[in-house]
Design a protein around this ligand. Structure first.
Ligand code: AMP
Length: 180
C-alpha cells in the first residue's frame, strides 16, 4: 500500500485549546484505530530505515512507543525507551528540557545503549524540538551516535526541526502542520 499523505492527514485529529489555551493538539491516536493509515505510516518508515545501518530505535514516552515498537519489530532491531522521569527502574541518566507547554525531564536506563550503537530517535511529533534534543543528549552521553530523528508530525513554525538540524541531527517527518 503506497503512502498517501492526504489520507493520513485526514485521519489525524486536531483538538484545539488542549492541554492549554492556544495549543492545537495534533492527536495521532486515530491512526491506531485505522489499519490503513497505520500500515501506510509504518511501511513508509520501515522502508526508509531498512538499509540505513541503524542498530537501535530510541522511542519517546509515550506515543513514540507505539510506532517505534512496530518499526523495531519489523526491522528486527532492539528498541530502547526514553521515558519521563521516575518511570524506569534500575540505573538511569536524566536530562531536563523545555516543552511547548511547561518543562520536563527524560530518562534512559544506563545499559540501554553503548559506544558504537547508531540510533534512530522516534517520537509522534516535533514541536520546539526540546524532547528530541534531550533524548539526543542522553544517547550521546551513553556513547552512542544519533543517526536521525523521525516523527509522524512536524510543526515547522515552532522551529524544532531546524534546531535539531542545527545540532547536526537529520530530521525526517511524514506530515507538517502550520502553527502551534
Ligand atoms: P517538543 O519537545 O516541544 O518538540 O514537543 C514534542 C513532544 O510534545 C512530543 O512528545 C509530543 O507528543 C508533544 N507535543 C508538543 N506539542 C504538541 C502538539 N501541538 N500536539 C501534540 N503533541 C504535542
Amino acid at each position: 500500500m503506497s503512502y498517501d499523505e492526504c489520507y493520513v492527514k485526514s485521519v489525524v485529529r486536531t483538538i484545539n485549546d488542549w492541554p492549554e489555551p492556544g495549543i492545537a493538539f495534533r492527536d495521532v491516536t486515530p491512526i491506531f484505530k485505522d489499519p490503513k493509515a497505520l500500515r501506510m505510516v509504518s511501511d513508509s518508515l520501515i522502508t526508509r530505515y531498512i538499509d540505513s545501518g541503524i542498530t537501535h530505535i530510541a522511542c519517546i514516552d509515550a506515543r513514540g512507543f507505539l510506532l517505534g515498537s512496530i518499526i523495531a519489530y519489523q526491522l528486527n532491531l532492539p528498541l530502547v525507551l526514553v521515558r519521563k522521569k521516575g518511570k524506569l527502574p534500575g540505573d538511569t541518566i536524566c536530562q531536563d528540557y523545555t516543552l511547548e507547554y511547561g518543562t520536563a525531564t527524560v530518562e534512559m536506563q544506563t545499559d540501554s545503549l553503548a559506544e558504537g550503537n547508531r540510533v534512530l530517535i522516534f517520537d509522534d511529533l516535533i514541536a520546539t524540538g526540546g524532547t528530541v534534543l534531550a533524548a539526543a543528549t542522553l544517547i550521546r552521553k551513553l556513547g552512542a551516535e544519533v543517526h536521525e530523528a523521525a516523527a509522524l508530525i512536524d510543526l515547522p513554525d515552532l522551529q524544532g526541526s531546524a534546531r535539531i538540524q542545527e545540532a547536526e541531527i537529520p530530521v525526517y517527518t511524514l506530515l507538517a502542520y502550520e502553527g502551534h
